[in-house]
Design a protein around this ligand. Structure first.
Ligand SMILES: Nc1ncnc2c1ncn2[C@@H]1O[C@H](COP(=O)(O)OP(=O)(O)OP(=O)(O)O)[C@@H](O)[C@H]1O
Length: 284
């Protein structure tokens, strides 16, 4: 049985200051999938995640979350989002507990005190990221990698069914990357759907069901996870020009074998497509 689709992007385009940044993006994410969104700097990964969460308006196409058009979407308590290069320490100094508790806001009634289930969810989220013993500490006392884990815990405290993370491992040391991978593994085991932007997968690699690789604002690959070094294949590197004055032409997109060429709508769920036939180097 196929799992329901939780994210559907259809013909999406985004322009920033008149410049096309995303073009012709069509893809789906199914319930319970762990999808890695990869590609070179500036290829449009963050913009796509922002478009999928309604933070960046589309200039064409549509995004549906849980089958509902983003324009009318209101079930935000089902969604978690950990933005790029966010620092848990920005603004007023707060304790680890307070930052994680703020992730519970979407589940609480307005101005009601934290209830038993809220406290339990916050404690559980801190356990998952391995910071239960640091709850009372100020976030500024933590390392960058630990702060990133606090942000993951904040997203987990909302008990999201669908979690977006933008480069959670960037600038994070290996032990913290491993802790993060464990936390995301717990979430995956609970059945959550995860869409994660990453440059290199590192310890996250075993969790990834499917990779999407972007190049110049387009999807260049959708299929079985790639080895980290394959993503640096010339096919996925940026074109020489960073200016996009010309109308995009389809024949500029790298030709990658199935599964992108496969199904109707150009999407492959990755369920049952993991035969390696979509490797950019053409090797099966
Ligand atoms: N707010 C903005 N204003 C102007 N240009 C932007 C803005 N946000 C993104 N861009 C441009 O859109 C393109 C895609 O950027 P985006 O951040 O989505 O790429 P990315 O793949 O996430 O890159 P990185 O790995 O560096 O974060 C880049 O050329 C970037 O300069």
């Amino acid at each position: 049985m196929t799992s329901p689709t939780v994210v559907t992007v259809d013909g999406a385009a985004v322009a920033i200051a008149g410049r096309p940044v995303l073009r012709g993006i069509s893809m789906e994410v199914r319930q319970g999938e762990f999808v890695a969104l990869m590609g070179a700097n500036g290829s449009g990964k963050s913009t796509l995640v922002r478009a999928m969460t309604g933070l960046r308006p589309l200039t064409a196409g549509s995004v549906h979350l849980f089958g509902e058009d983003l324009d009318g979407f209101h079930q935000w308590q089902r969604i978690g989002f950990v933005p790029q290069r966010a620092t848990a320490a920005s603004g007023v100094p707060a304790s680890v507990w307070e930052v994680v508790a703020s992730g519970r806001l979407t589940r609480r009634r307005w101005l009601r005190p934290l209830l038993g289930p809220d406290r339990a969810a916050i404690r559980a989220a801190l356990e998952v990221v391995g910071l239960a013993d640091r709850a009372r500490d100020g976030v500024t006392a933590l390392s960058g990698g630990q702060q990133q884990r606090v942000l993951i815990a904040r997203a987990l405290a909302g008990e999201p069914e669908l979690l977006f993370l933008d480069e959670p491992t960037a600038g994070v040391d290996l032990p913290n990357q491993e802790a993060l991978a464990r936390a995301l593994g717990v979430l995956k085991d609970r059945g959550a759907t995860i869409v994660l932007v990453a440059h290199d997968l590192g310890p996250l690699a075993p969790l990834v069901d499917r990779a999407l690789v972007m190049r110049d604002g387009r999807l260049a690959y959708d299929g079985a996870p790639l080895a980290d070094d394959a993503v640096h294949h010339p096919l996925f590197l940026e074109s020489h020009s960073h200016h996009h004055h010309e109308a995009p032409r389809h024949d500029h997109a790298p030709h990658v074998a199935a599964p992108l060429d496969g199904g109707v709508g150009g999407t492959a769920s990755g369920l049952g497509t993991g035969n390696g036939s979509g490797r950019p180097d053409g090797r099966a």
